[in-house]
Design a protein around this ligand. Structure first.
Ligand code: NDP
Ligand code: MG
Length: 387
């Protein structure tokens, strides 16, 4: 095992979520590399308590004040709460790397704060780049920090690019979700259980619904545009139901480099946390070409999955268009999860709000949050008044 001069102090925002818990699994296999300095959760205090007992962080953050008080009394640690609490964590001097694995817009402010404080970021939270990619990437450059992608497709592209010149296209793969082979009519009656039953990945509910509408792939195209500085026309999406190829890069000489592996988030999480090294950490099943037998590829069906096109269109328009897209879609997904609207209504309401939206070309961060709030209220009102 390699020797290390010093452990890296890491904070995990969203430690109780799908990415957060898998990150802690990775870290527990690499105790010589990481010191878990801070953890944050929303409301899952039971799981956070178990994590505190196992990893002994110096700081925690939760969503509300009462839970923070309970934890600081019980464990005698510093406990913050709310967005302000996450920002305080982003300001802790000793922390060197922050994994942003909260879901939703809550990830944006602490990410910006952490970048300004010259901390490296492992980014799972895709809303950060969808809402404010221009601002975030500018700050990354100015502060000379690393922004390491955790999303599997972006980790794949990051690995395939690794400093190469002469890139022609980025190729983002998509499993196609649970409704790949269903008709629009069948999707009309899609219940929550089938929507949440993703064929390849076990993830949080919001991203699982987005994977069923293919909005997730659209958000990933926007993410890739910002992360790798590529024009939208040079980012292709292909459906690859097996999810073995996590994404690929095509070069000007006709070569394509693809990243292949079993569908497991442990791999991209570990790669981001240990970058630039590749380590033997968490055990993952090896990919077996012989067993896999088949790699299939299809063109995405933009008619059946219009959310994908809407997201790419919003990305091409730029400015606050992606803020509107993200906020409207997120509220529509929550309404679907609350059984207030049907599966196909997610797109319908997102599109209604998007079509009626006045885009701000170069929004400031405050404008981004204002627009986000306005759009959410608009979508909620539309749903409330639908009957
Ligand atoms: P989960 O819903 O499983 O977890 C979300 C985490 O964020 C939980 O720890 C939750 O806390 C916390 N959280 C949610 N809302 C708040 C809030 N208002 N304040 C503080 N904490 C909050 O999501 P995932 O792990 O699936 O996804 C996290 C992010 O990573 C998303 O942006 C997603 O798009 C992205 N991502 C996820 C992938 C995956 O495989 N899951 C793959 C690629 C990207 P609690 O549960 O305690 O309330
Ligand atoms: Mg992904």
């Amino acid at each position: 095992m390699a020797e290390f001069k010093q452990k890296k102090n890491i904070a995990i925002l969203g430690s109780t979520g799908s990415i957060g818990t898998q990150a802690l699994e990775v870290i527990s296999k690499l105790p010589e590399r990481f010191e878990v300095y801070a953890l944050s959760a929303g409301n899952n205090i039971k799981l956070l308590s178990e994590q505190i007992e196992k990893f002994s962080p110096k700081y925690v953050c939760v969503q509300n004040k009462e839970d923070a008080k309970f934890l600081s009394d019980k464990y005698n640690i510093k406990a913050f709460y709310g967005t302000e609490g996450l920002i305080k964590i982003a300001n802790i001097e000793e922390i060197e790397l922050i994994l942003v694995a909260v879901s939703g817009k809550i990830g944006l402010r602490p990410t910006i704060e952490a970048i300004k404080n010259k901390k490296d970021i492992a980014l799972a939270n895709k809303e950060t780049l969808v809402m404010a990619g221009d601002i975030v990437m500018k700050l990354v450059k100015e502060n000379n920090v690393k922004l390491l992608p955790v999303d599997s497709e972006h980790s794949a592209i990051f690995q395939c690019l690794s400093g190469s010149k002469g890139v022609k296209h980025l190729i983002i793969t998509a499993s196609g979700g649970p409704y790949r082979n269903k008709t629009i009519d069948e999707m009309k009656n899609a219940d929550l259980k089938s929507t949440l039953n993703h064929p390849r990945w076990k993830m949080g509910k919001k991203i699982t619904v987005d994977s069923a509408t293919l909005m997730n792939k659209g958000l990933e195209v926007i993410e890739a545009h910002h992360l790798f500085n590529f024009n939208y026309d040079d980012i292709k999406v292909i459906i690859h139901p097996q999810s073995y190829i996590h994404s690929a890069v095509e070069f000007t000489d006709g070569s394509i480099i693809a990243q292949i592996g079993i569908p497991s988030m442990h791999i991209p999480i570990q790669y981001a946390l240990c970058h630039p090294e590749r380590v033997e950490g968490i055990e993952t099943e090896s990919f077996d070409f012989i067993k896999a037998k088949q790699f299939e590829f299809y063109e995405p069906d933009y008619e059946k999955f219009p959310s994908l096109k809407l997201a790419i269109d919003a990305g091409k328009i730029g400015g606050s268009a992606t803020v509107c897209l993200n906020a409207a879609n997120e509220e529509a997904v929550y309404a679907y999860l609350d059984n207030k609207i049907s599966f196909l209504d997610i797109y319908k309401y997102t599109k209604m709000v998007f079509d009626d939206y006045n885009i701000i070309p170069n929004p400031t961060l405050d404008q981004i949050f204002d627009e986000d709030e306005k759009v959410r209220i608009k979508l909620q009102e539309l749903i409330k008044n639908k009957d």
